[in-house]
Design a protein around this ligand. Structure first.
Ligand code: 3PY
Length: 250
């Protein structure tokens, strides 16, 4: 059976009360595969969401982490701090962090390693800008990101990583990659992982598409063989649209 992971990336949205209300409403839904769902929330909401969703099988993730365990890093949150809250997953290398906060591939690599060592699943985001795509270099660029971001990891460790392909030109622009464009890149990523880590790792790897996924385009995207789910921005903020996308994954 094809594996799916439907992740709602809330970005910098919602109060604690709003997060709780979302979780309460979500718990009222009939969810066939709760293990396929994860809410990626701001740090302030993680404890509430973990508590509210504890009996449901729905997982909770963070949007960023520091790779050092502790120290003089004002404003940062470490892997053990996430672990203490029972956080299951953590996004790393989202294009917004790369663009606005100077996140480099070498830092992404350190974060991926620190998360894997602690048993938290990294959702590693990669993706090209419009300029790079139009120059015909999208695959070259994405393969460079993946090679650096996964540098030094064993096949077993890579099996614990989720990769999210998020073309930058489809984030917050309302534009979505066509199902064919998304499948082409996700298939390319799987092929690359096969070349680096073997067929078994590549076959079981969860590769998500992200970038303006919504109820209207999710069924076609999620039907593609190499797309195992979505990293969903705006459409994950409401239970109804999040659930519509989740249902398209079955
Ligand atoms: C988007 O869909 O806008 C995202 O960036 C999801 O991570």
């Amino acid at each position: 059976m094809k594996k799916y992971l439907i992740a709602g990336n809330w970005k910098m949205n919602k109060s604690i009360a709003e997060a709780k209300a979302f979780a309460v409403q979500l718990k009222g839904e009939y969810i066939e595969h709760p293990e396929q769902l994860v809410i990626i929330a701001p740090f302030t909401q993680l404890e509430t969401l973990k508590k509210e969703l504890s009996e449901t099988g729905i997982r909770v993730g963070a949007q960023n982490v520091h790779y050092e365990k502790s120290g003089a890093f004002t404003g940062e949150i470490s892997v053990p701090m996430l672990k203490e809250l029972g956080v299951d997953m953590c996004v790393v290398g989202h294009s917004e962090r790369r663009e606005y906060f100077g996140e480099t591939d070498s830092r992404v690599n350190l974060k991926v390693k620190a998360l894997i060592n602690a048993g938290i699943t990294p959702i590693l985001c990669v993706g090209e800008s419009l300029e790079i795509r139009e120059a015909g270099n999208a695959m070259l660029f994405v393969s460079g990101q993946i090679a650096e971001d996964l540098d030094g990891l064993s096949a077993a460790e890579v099996s614990d990583v989720v990769i999210a392909y998020e073309p930058i030109w489809a984030i917050g622009t309302g534009k979505t990659a066509s199902p064919e464009q998304a499948e082409e890149m996700c298939g390319f990523i799987r092929g690359m992982v096969e070349g680096m880590y073997g067929a078994e790792t590549a076959e079981t790897l969860i590769i998500q598409y992200g970038g303006s996924m919504k109820p209207s385009n999710a069924p076609e995207l999620l039907a593609k063989p190499d797309i195992n789910g979505g990293l969903i921005g705006g459409a994950s903020l409401e239970v109804d649209s999040f659930m519509e996308i989740a249902k398209a994954a079955n």
